[in-house]
Design a protein around this ligand. Structure first.
Ligand code: PNS
Length: 165
């Protein structure tokens, strides 16, 4: 019997990508043949980085991993899942507090598209408190973000929040 080639879609805002995201992506790579990390275009949010910058950060940090592709998508996630030929959506679950929103989103997506399964992966506990929002806040206030984000993101945040001279 031939084994099916399985693609997973790992969607997110990635504004910016954190070490927690990279931990989850690394775990997904072990479970699927191909992992497409896709930045969602969301008009409702005012992002720190453009979609193109976020794609660049992802390319620099995990684009070289075997089986990983970086992309972006607009519109509904279920449509992106179909267009990319993915068998599952991968989302990270850091703590119980993530669960309610993620559960709701997974069930809504399955309602919209009955084949759309969501797989939740837990990052290492050392990242359980790391969020993109908190990282941006920390960077804005000149806190030390180096332990939580890849170097390319740390440099980009430093640049973004540099005091005007
Ligand atoms: O990293 P985030 O901000 O938690 O990622 C959220 C994302 C991009 C996965 C989510 O906003 C999304 O799926 N957007 C596409 C619109 C959609 O399909 N929403 C869910 C059904 S209403």
């Amino acid at each position: 019997m031939t084994k099916a080639f399985r693609t997973a879609l790992c969607p997110g805002s990635f504004d910016p990508v954190t070490n927690g995201h990279l931990d989850v992506i690394g775990r997904a790579v072990h479970l699927f043949d191909r992992v497409i990390v896709a930045v969602g275009r969301n008009q409702a949010k005012a992002p720190i980085f453009t979609v193109e910058e976020r794609v660049q950060h992802l390319r620099a940090t995990c684009g070289e991993l075997d089986g990983v592709d970086i992309a972006c998508f607009s519109g509904l996630l279920v449509d992106a899942v179909r267009d990319f030929g993915a068998v599952a959506v991968v989302r990270g679950l850091r703590a119980v507090s993530d669960f309610e929103f993620e559960f709701q989103m997974a069930l809504m997506n399955r309602e919209l598209s009955p084949d759309c399964e969501t797989v939740f992966l837990m990052p290492s506990p050392k990242y359980s408190f790391v969020s993109s929002t908190m990282i941006c806040q920390l960077a804005r206030m000149k806190g030390d973000i180096l332990p939580f984000v890849p170097d390319v993101v740390a440099r980009a945040l430093e640049e973004r929040f540099r005091d005007p001279v």
